[in-house]
Ligand binder design. Structure first.
Ligand SMILES: C[S@@+](CC[C@H](N)C(=O)[O-])C[C@H]1O[C@@H](n2cnc3c(N)ncnc32)[C@H](O)[C@@H]1O
Length: 82
């Protein structure tokens, strides 16, 4: 349930460190955390050369767990979308 006065989104969360900093720095923020947290071999994202575009399913799963863990302190103010 969103009851914060500020609502935001981070698209491309990876391990959640930016989401964590946002939730920590902005106490009123409700944050939607959006990431595939999974390989997307059909995406143009692969062509960008970003290291995260070549992660395995297992590495993505670890990142999802890490993102969940590092934002747990604000779990009532965040929703993870994958
Ligand atoms: C460079 S990392 C993000 C880094 C993160 N913002 C930070 O501050 O640490 C890019 C992320 O975008 C995600 N991503 C790539 N294409 C996506 C898409 N179409 N929809 C959602 N997430 C996507 C990848 O899974 C990856 O975790």
């Amino acid at each position: 349930m969103e009851c914060s006065s500020l609502v935001g989104a981070e698209v491309g969360v990876l391990k959640g460190h930016t989401s964590s900093a946002l939730l920590n720095g902005i106490p009123d923020l409700f944050l939607h955390m959006v990431d595939l947290w999974g390989p997307n071999k059909f995406s143009k994202y692969l062509q960008t050369g970003d290291q995260a575009s070549r992660l395995t399913k297992e590495q993505h799963e670890q990142n999802y767990c890490e993102a969940k863990k590092v934002t747990k302190f604000a779990e009532s103010r965040r929703k993870m979308h994958r």
